[in-house]
Design a protein around this ligand. Structure first.
Ligand SMILES: [Zn+2]
Ligand SMILES: [Zn+2]
Length: 359
């Protein structure tokens, strides 16, 4: 075991900025006392910190365990000492990951009339972990006048405005289930639509019970407020597909069963729009159906609420175990809880509020 820790040490400020303590901890064998060495540095003094670490490694080299170095499989220049022992997926360094993401974005840039723009308005869980907004993802086909919203968590109307959009830019809202963090923003979209004097219908695709759930929520938040535009609610069962309005580019949204609440409907959705396929998990326990439905999809947006198991949700552990079978071209994690937000080396890319991708 070899550890090099760099610790913030604000109590030891030496007048040149924040101080850090660099500490080497090594345990050559389980039955031996650990080696320890440490020194204080000004936080920005990178050269002296690097020189100190090199000096410590050299001084203790004869007693340190030989590191199991694994090369980046793309460039072979960067090393990941922990990759082998922790049985991680084949290691790719951050520089190569960034280059690959840049290349795939450039390759996927749509021509006129095809391709999708996906804007992540809200990528957080129900608890606002990391200060992130609740579920809302705006999807628009290239060349289409209107887009659609995948889920409509509270605050989605404000998030749309922050992106220079309003409910006027929506032709459809596709809801995964009736938990507040996924549909609590619908009454505000309705209010916004009425303020704007919306003339065209807004199609809402949602699990069975949608009419009643939406009417009840509206009545709780704005009593006796009649809708003054045409809202077409299409209640959809798992296995059914619904047409998307022509103004969003036609195409379809097909529902399949999510494993979220035993007593109520929850759906995952597969969109065929703008010549692309996007699969959205909504909230769900780990689902083999999602893995098979997303094979060959241009984008899989998958919930990842926690690092380890949580009933009704998917953990990073489960996604990592299934990584070799996930065959979507790009995977982005949403509905991320505090532990996922704090983790390094995730198996897939983590989406964040404000992220815009083109597939
Ligand atoms: Zn949720
Ligand atoms: Zn939920």
């Amino acid at each position: 075991m070899l550890e090099i820790r760099i610790l913030a040490d604000p109590d030891e400020d030496d007048g040149s900025g924040r101080t850090v303590e660099v500490r080497l901890l090594a345990r050559p064998r389980a039955d031996e006392d650990p080696l320890e060495d440490s020194r204080l540095f000004a936080a920005g003094d990178r050269d002296r910190i690097v020189a100190f670490v090199a000096e410590m490694l050299e001084r203790h080299a004869s007693r340190l365990p030989a590191p199991a170095l694994v090369c980046c499989r793309r460039c072979e220049r960067a090393f990941d000492p922990g990759a082998e022992s922790e049985r991680r997926r084949p290691f790719v360094c951050r520089t190569c990951q960034r280059t690959a993401a840049r290349n795939s974005r450039a390759a996927a840039a749509p021509g006129p009339g095809e391709g999708l723009e996906v804007r992540f308005l809200g990528t957080g869980d129900a608890f606002g972990s990391g200060g992130k907004r609740q579920a809302a993802i705006f999807v628009r086909a290239a060349g289409s006048r209107l887009g659609l919203l995948l889920d409509a968590g509270p605050g989605c109307h404000a998030a749309l405005r922050a992106e220079g959009l309003t409910s006027d830019d929506l032709g459809a809202v596709v809801l995964s289930h009736f938990h507040g963090d996924h549909y609590g923003g619908v009454p505000f979209l309705e209010l916004d639509a009425m303020k704007n004097g919306r003339a065209e219908p807004l199609r809402i695709l949602a699990p069975p019970g949608a009419e009643e759930c939406l009417a009840t929520l509206r009545e709780c938040l704005y009593r006796n407020l009649p809708l003054r535009f045409d809202e077409e609610v299409r209640e959809t069962l798992p296995g059914e597909a619904a047409d998307l309005p022509a103004a969003v580019g036609g195409g379809f949204a097909r529902a399949f069963a999510a494993r979220h609440q035993p007593e109520a409907w929850a759906l995952s959705w597969k969109l065929g729009l703008g010549g692309r396929t996007v699969v959205y998990s909504g909230d769900t326990g780990f689902s083999e159906e999602l893995i098979s439905e997303s094979a060959g999809a241009d984008l899989l947006i998958h919930e990842c609420t926690s690092l380890e198991g949580l009933p009704g949700h998917t953990s990073h552990e489960e996604l990592q175990a299934a990584a070799s079978r996930i065959a979507a071209r790009r995977v982005l994690l949403v509905h991320t809880g505090e532990d996922v937000l704090g983790a390094a080396d995730l198996a897939f890319e983590r989406a964040h509020d404000g992220l815009r991708v083109v597939v």
